[in-house]
Design a protein around this ligand. Structure first.
Ligand SMILES: N[C@@H](CCC(=O)N[C@@H](CS)C(=O)NCC(=O)O)C(=O)O
Length: 202
């Protein structure tokens, strides 16, 4: 299998962490792709032009990241990350959607900032809208923290990758000050080898 992506993408990181949980790391070749430069190549695999894309050994292209995570979970050998005695599967998927929505807003904001560094072509309205979406999303994550800390699930993985991405790309948000309990839990998780080896700053 090939996972097309980049080391900075939190969506790719989620997929990689699911694969690693299931002992699929060896059978997964990670192929770096530049979303701006390799656009035609990427669109041929995913018409939406986004990473990650998973190419299965049968040549099937799977996107987006939530679907890739689901797929890897079904072929893996470890305990399912979408099945848990305390959290129904729909709740795990809703919390994953919450995290991915926060990431969508943060990624859009980051792309706008990086592509228009002088700020001239930026839309202040959209920059504010994305910042609001991130803030209300993180507030909802903090309110759900007790649901996810006791078990390793897709939701707990997504909480960590999402909040670490905010530290990386939007440090001015200051979520750690507003939610110290969540920050303490995230730091415990980030000390684990798998999170360390997938740090987007590396
Ligand atoms: N909903 C998608 C989001 C993926 C996404 O936004 N990926 C970004 C990189 S982090 C991307 O490929 N952006 C390129 C573009 O939009 O042109 C998923 O979960 O896979």
């Amino acid at each position: 299998m090939k996972l097309y992506g980049s080391t900075t993408s939190p969506f790719v990181r989620n997929c990689f962490l699911v694969a690693a949980h299931h002992g699929l790391g060896e059978s997964l070749e990670v192929v770096r792709i530049d979303t701006a430069g390799d656009r035609a190549h990427l669109q041929a695999m995913n018409p939406l032009g986004k990473i990650p894309v998973l190419e299965t050994d049968d040549g099937e292209m799977i996107y987006d990241s939530a679907v890739i995570c689901d797929y890897l979970d079904t072929i893996g050998e470890g305990d399912s990350l979408f099945v848990n005695e305390d959290l129904p599967p729909w709740r795990i998927r809703t919390l994953l959607a919450l995290c991915n929505g926060v990431l969508d807003a943060c990624v859009s904001r980051t792309m706008m900032r990086l592509r228009t560094p002088d700020g001239e072509a930026q839309s202040p309205w959209w920059m504010q809208r994305w910042a609001d979406n991130v803030a209300t999303g993180v507030k909802a994550m903090a309110a759900s923290l007790d649901e996810i800390t006791d078990h390793k699930t897709m939701a707990s993985i997504a909480f960590v990758t999402t909040l670490d991405y905010l530290d990386f790309r939007m440090p001015e948000l200051g979520w750690r000050t507003d939610y110290p309990d969540m920050a303490a839990w995230v730091d415990e998780q980030l000390a684990q080898d798998l999170f360390k080896s997938t740090d987007p700053r590396r």
